[in-house]
Design a protein around this ligand. Sequence first.
Ligand code: COA
Length: 165
Amino acid sequence: MEIKSTSTMTDQEIERLFKWREQVFPIEGKGIQWSKSERHILVYENGEAIAHMGFGRFSVVGSRASDVIGVGGVVVRPECQGRKIPELMFEYLAQTEELDACKLPKTLFCPKRLGPYYGKHGFQEYKEGFEFLQNDEYQSSKQFLLMAQGLADMTGKLKIASLPW
Ligand SMILES: CC(C)(COP(=O)(O)OP(=O)(O)OC[C@H]1O[C@@H](n2cnc3c(N)ncnc32)[C@H](O)[C@@H]1OP(=O)(O)O)[C@@H](O)C(=O)NCCC(=O)NCCS
């Protein structure tokens, strides 16, 4: 297995990773505009991409302002699931200096049912609420949890002046 990060993905990688069934990502996210990832962590096996984790740098404001790493597009090809490959990608993210990821708090959005899964990866639900931009207006959502790692000292409703990730 090989793991690397890149700012661009080939059409073939996008097809293999994001289009292996009609609805690959949680249905709860349909209809929401999501930010594009600045960086892509890709895992390869026998020369083929088998997993992806996108990340970017974003700003949030609660009781204080903070830059955070926003993780999105976590996916493993169905035939490779159950092998703890996301753990490798989280380890890569924790160590990389790209976008200062090694130093910044990490955040992600997920449906409720995946909260315990990301809990195992060291994330905790940010329970004080959040709102993000959609068509230049702030919107909140009960469809998703905001999971965070390294934001324990933040309080108050988080304002995210961008699309979610
Ligand atoms: C979520 C996903 C990345 C997990 O990949 P994976 O390779 O199976 O992950 P792991 O090997 O680390 O973990 C498997 C564990 O996660 C659990 N799990 C996997 N998908 C799950 C889901 N949709 N809901 C709840 N639990 C899930 C499995 O039951 C298993 O539990 P265990 O550790 O107690 O045995 C993969 O299911 C996937 O690509 N799903 C489609 C895209 C998606 O939903 N991405 C998440 C967006 S927030």
